[in-house]
Design a binder for this molecule. Structure first.
Ligand SMILES: [Zn+2]
Length: 75
C-alpha cells in the first residue's frame, strides 16, 4: 500500500499514512488535533520522478584542455 501525505484542514499539521489506493483524506484523523477530514497532498515520491536534475553529464565538447575532442585526453 502506498504512503500518502495528508494535511489537517484545521491545524495545518502534515502527516503520512499508509492507506488504500484512491482513498481520500476525508476519513483521516489528524494525529495532532484529532480533527477528522484531512486534505490529501501529492505523494512525495511521485513528485520526485519528474524533477530529477540532469547534472551528471557535462558538455560533450572536448576536455578542459581543448575544445574539439582533439587532444590525447579526449581520445
Ligand atoms: Zn490537526
Amino acid at each position: 500500500m502506498p504512503i500518502y501525505e495528508f494535511r489537517c484542514r484545521r491545524c495545518g499539521h502534515r502527516f503520512e499514512k499508509l492507506c488504500a489506493v484512491g482513498e481520500s483524506g476525508e476519513a483521516q484523523e489528524c494525529p495532532s488535533c484529532r480533527a477528522v477530514g484531512a486534505e490529501r497532498l501529492l505523494s512525495s515520491f511521485a513528485a520526485l520522478g519528474g524533477s530529477r536534475d540532469n547534472g551528471g553529464s557535462t558538455a560533450s565538447s572536448g576536455c578542459s584542455g581543448c575544445a574539439g575532442k582533439s587532444c590525447a585526453t579526449c581520445r
